[in-house]
Design a protein around this ligand. Structure first.
Ligand SMILES: NC(=O)c1ccc[n+]([C@@H]2O[C@H](COP(=O)([O-])OP(=O)(O)OC[C@H]3O[C@@H](n4cnc5c(N)ncnc54)[C@H](OP(=O)(O)O)[C@@H]3O)[C@@H](O)[C@H]2O)c1
Length: 280
């Protein structure tokens, strides 16, 4: 295990949920943290909490989908700290609704945030890591990257794409000493549900023939809240991955995530769909 003391780590999605808790945990481990998200007030408050002196923390507000904001994030990180040891790609959100009814521009927007912008930011960070012969990329995937659910196919397919991206990248970067890993959270109590509801409100309101199906889905989401983990369940895994000289290709948590993934491995699709109620 390597020490994270003074490691320079960028955390996207640091204004809430998993990214925010990850930033706190990595800072406690002694890392120098760069916080990124759109809500500047939240980033500033977290930066003050992490290190009131400001010496070991930097908040760079911006939209991950903006090329200029991504460039600013990397440039300001290098200006203050001179290097980048880790990138935790946590920024993301979900789109709900039946595939038939989600406008393609909403689908593009979800892929733009969860996949294309993640790739574009990673592209900016990689030369810095590759030239130093070290670094670690941690992508926050999801159990939904392995088990896709009705009415969540758009989001789930962004996370399926992230699985493939992470695997390919891992092999490409191994010769350069850059480690790449994926974390698969299960259901975690964050602002994720609210953000997904907001992003999909119009689609869901006009779900037409799917309206009844959607009601069942919402009931299922409420049940999942009962077994939800907390953001630190995932932050611990991120810390473990970053501190490892040879991280696992994937980590998952909390326990229900491991159980779902085991069932996916074990059961034929039709049986799995019945067990985890993927069909009505
Ligand atoms: N919660 C779960 O059950 C769960 C399960 C599996 C995977 N995940 C994944 O975990 C990651 C974090 O989600 P969370 O649960 O922590 O949700 P969250 O509480 O809603 O946090 C999402 C974060 O992403 C940031 N973000 C979203 N769009 C952005 C954009 N265009 N530009 C910059 N930042 C943006 C948000 O910041 P601003 O709004 O301030 O920009 C926020 O900091 C996501 O990739 C999600 O898919 C979550």
């Amino acid at each position: 295990m390597a020490s994270l003391v003074d490691q320079v780590i960028i955390v996207t999605g640091a204004s809430a949920g998993i990214g925010e808790e990850t930033a706190r945990r990595l800072a406690r481990a002694g890392a120098q943290i760069v916080l990124s998200a759109r809500r500047a007030d939240r980033l500033q408050a977290l930066a003050r909490e992490i290190d009131p002196s400001g010496a070991k923390v930097l908040a760079v507000a911006g939209d991950i989908t903006s090329e200029a904001d991504r460039a600013k994030l990397v440039a300001e990180t290098l200006k203050k700290f001179g290097r980048i040891d880790g990138l935790v790609n946590s920024a993301g959100y979900g789109t709900r609704g039946p595939v038939e009814m989600v406008p393609v521009e909403l689908i593009r927007k979800n892929f733009e945030t969860n996949i294309f912008s993640l790739i574009a930011l990673t592209q900016l960070v990689l030369p810095v890591m590759r030239e130093r012969g070290s670094g670690c990329i941690v992508n926050i995937g999801s159990v939904a990257g392995k088990i896709a659910r009705p009415l969540s196919s758009i989001y789930d397919s962004t996370k399926h794409a992230l699985e493939a991206l992470t695997d390919g990248l891992r092999g490409e970067l191994k010769p350069f000493g850059v480690r790449v890993t994926l974390i698969r959270p299960g259901f975690i109590a964050t602002e994720f549900i609210e953000a997904a509801d907001k992003a999909s409100a119009d689609v869901v309101k006009n779900a037409g023939p799917y309206a009844e199906f959607y009601k069942n889905y919402q009931a299922g989401t409420k049940t999942m809240r009962l077994i939800a983990g907390v953001p630190d369940d995932i932050a611990r895994l991120v810390e473990k991955a970053l501190a490892s000289n040879n991280p696992a290709s994937r980590y998952s948590g909390p326990l229900h995530a491991k159980l779902f993934l085991f069932l996916k491995w074990l059961l034929p699709d039709a049986v799995l769909a019945f067990v985890v109620r993927l069909r009505r």
